[in-house]
Write a protein that binds this ligand. Structure first.
Ligand code: NAX
Length: 328
């Protein structure tokens, strides 16, 4: 039998995790042959609620769940972990300025970055879902100098999946007919979902759509503002779909992407496509042997260039804001 993989999850008593933890424990992250041990981090006032979630995990009697530990001390919870999903973050509340939001999250992600640096396993991979995800991932990365930078990713897979779903609906095709979708930039309203390189049954998606007006004024804003539409309809933010995307990103990062396709991942930029080094930005990526690589050689036209540049400019600005706050 294989040794259990230790998976840390933060924000474990929150709504995304109410879906995420059960799917990890049932084997959807690493497959039906790999036992997992959950290490769940929460803030002290949420530990009681988390105990209730753990009771429910117990009550599922998941064959692959080798153990669950909970706590409010990152250094204890992250000890020896192989994978970390950083979901917990400080949401923006009424009256909060952007600087307040960045400092509140900065405090969380500096502490978690340095705890991972101190105690995580050598093969650690860290995926940040908590918003502002790209910049939170950057803060954690900069506070973990002994962990290779490329082990820090942020989540744009939900945006990626939303883009696939919208395109499939527009063309009346199955989601499985769509490949090579890309989200560029920040997980925010400036993100650029790119149809110019996507394919529908192997043919160019933008040509298949053949409707620039829909692409610019319907598709892109619908994908970029989908989070707000979910809140308006459901009364709370995306949870099950965010958990699904978090699972899919981490699963592909560990097990690899399929031949002939790629996924969107926010990774530390290596300067590809004119995106400056020093930020964590979303790119088309493939994964093999547990290492992600930015897909090279895509042609970027003027329309895409302007969209990518705008989202990247926002990331550069977020980076200088956290630099000014002394967080990185
Ligand atoms: P909830 O507010 O339901 O849960 C967050 C949990 O995090 C709470 O239980 C809170 O106690 C905990 N927490 C806060 N500080 C913590 C700390 N220092 N250590 C450990 N736990 C801590 O939010 P939920 O709906 O689960 O969303 C979580 C995060 O995901 C939010 O930041 C949200 O904005 C973000 N999202 C990101 C998405 C993405 O695609 N990247 C999409 C969905 C979601 O909006």
């Amino acid at each position: 039998t294989t040794a259990p993989v230790k998976v840390a999850v933060t924000g474990a008593a929150g709504q995304i995790c109410y879906s995420l933890l059960f799917r990890i424990a049932s084997g959807e992250l690493l497959g039906k042959d790999t036992p997992v041990e959950l290490r769940l981090l929460e803030i002290t006032p949420a530990l009681k609620a988390l105990e209730g979630v753990v009771m429910e995990l117990d009550d599922c009697a998941f064959p692959l769940l080798a153990g669950v530990e909970i706590g409010d001390d990152a250094t204890q919870v992250f000890d020896g972990v192989n994978l970390a999903m950083l979901v917990g973050a400080r949401p923006r509340t009424a009256g909060m300025e952007r600087g307040d939001l960045l400092s509140a999250n900065g405090a969380i992600f500096t502490a978690q970055g340095s705890a991972l640096n101190a105690v995580a396993a050598d093969d650690i991979k860290v995926l940040v879902t908590g918003n502002p995800a790209n910049t939170n991932a950057l803060i954690a990365m900069k506070n973990a100098p002994d962990i290779p930078a490329e082990r820090f990713n942020a989540l744009t897979r939900l945006d990626h999946n939303r883009a696939i779903s919208q395109l499939a609906a527009k063309l009346g095709v199955a989601v499985t007919d769509i490949t090579k979708m890309t989200i560029w930039g920040n997980h925010s309203a400036t993100q650029y979902p790119d149809l110019l390189h996507a394919e529908v049954s192997g043919k160019n998606a933008a040509e298949a759509v053949n409707d620039q007006e829909w692409l610019e004024n319907d598709f892109i804003p619908t994908v970029a503002k989908r989070g707000a539409a979910i809140i308006a309809a459901r009364g709370s933010s995306s949870a099950a779909s965010a958990a699904n995307a978090t699972i899919e990103h981490m699963r592909d990062w560990v097990l690899g992407t399929p031949d002939g396709d790629w996924v969107s991942m926010a990774v530390p930029s290596d300067g590809s496509y004119g995106v400056p080094e020093g930020i964590i930005s979303s790119f088309p990526c493939t994964v093999s042997d547990g290492a992600d690589e930015i897909v090279q050689g895509l042609e970027i036209d003027d329309f895409s260039r302007a969209k990518i540049d705008a989202s990247v400019a926002e990331l550069v600005e977020e980076k200088s804001a956290v630099q000014e706050l002394g967080l990185i």
